[in-house]
Design a protein around this ligand. Sequence first.
Ligand code: NAD
Length: 357
Amino acid sequence: MKKIVVLPGDGIGPETMKQGLKVLRAISEKYSVEMEFEEYLMGGCAIDKYDNPYPPVTEKACLEADSVLLGAVGGPKWDNVEASKRAESGLLRLRKSLNAFANLRPAKLQPQLISSSSIKEEVLGESLDIMVVRELTGGAYFGEKGRRETENGMSAWDLMIYNTVEIKRVSRVAFEIAGLRNNKLTLVDKANVLESSRLWRETVTEMAKEYPDVMLNCMYVDNAAMQLIRNPSQFDVIVTENLFGDILSDEASMLTGSLGMLPSASLNENGKGIFEPIHGSAPDIAGKNIANPIATILSCGMMLQYSFKINEAANKIYDAVSNVLDKGYRCADIMMPSMIRVGTEEMGDLIAAEIYK
Ligand code: NAD
């Protein structure tokens, strides 16, 4: 029995999560995978009840679960609460408490949606399928930070610090994923300027000897930002530190068209993880049955693939999404002329129905 903690969160989170669970229940029946779902509060709804975006009761459940599914958190109602109580700080604490150091963000363009991309078809090439592996629990986001008064006014700092254990564990995940794909890995850093990047480059280059089949290429982050727009199909797997990964994974996601299509996984050493769409709580469309649930449904697929290692069931979800798109069904964010527009619930029903076929 797989014990899954479900954190629907705020805004469109509960709507899209409902569709993800619908699809997982279909998988459970079809493949006899026993899954038990328990819901807890996280984000704004938890601030309302506990004055804490990641309350101890939620943390305890997440630590005891086999896996965590997250909808989306935050919204204007909680924008003005103090920084340590913001929904985002709850997210950072969730990742840290599970030690989820490897963030996997696939930027895959579904061929049916090629015209939704912000990039011209001839630049995109035949297909776009990039996996960004971002270090998630170190670097400037977690290093010492502070402020002090100086003779030139206030100064502030965020320490970008990494050790080789942190670099190796996330790079190992990236090398292994590259080995299962096209044996091509790009390390993105700023080794011409930053000492922490030089440590990344030395460490990852040394590790490459253990993976002779994987071709490692090192690229400066400014060049990588440009190459992603200029010639995205040159990339297969990218590994990088937290801050660079935050920016580049958002850039890569835009190549694929809509936020509503993109899943993510954040894994720890044991493959346990947090699975969530990359979009936020979209308060502008919440409660209207128009949010695209595909990012959440694909995140459920990533949970089956990376946490439970049930590839057949994960592939069934990926194929079901593709089949529904092939049949012309679209949510509002990916709607195109002559397609059939459906709402959040209908999209969930259509994908769940494909699972039973
Ligand atoms: P957002 O991702 O919520 O929305 C950006 C735009 O994309 C909006 O126009 C929205 O309607 C649209 N969109 C997003 N998801 C969609 C979907 N599934 N289907 C159709 N359209 C979709 O980003 P934002 O507006 O900057 O942030 C809103 C709130 O979400 C903020 O409080 C922010 O802090 C929070 N947020 C949370 C997470 C998270 O939970 N991991 C991530 C990003 C932002």
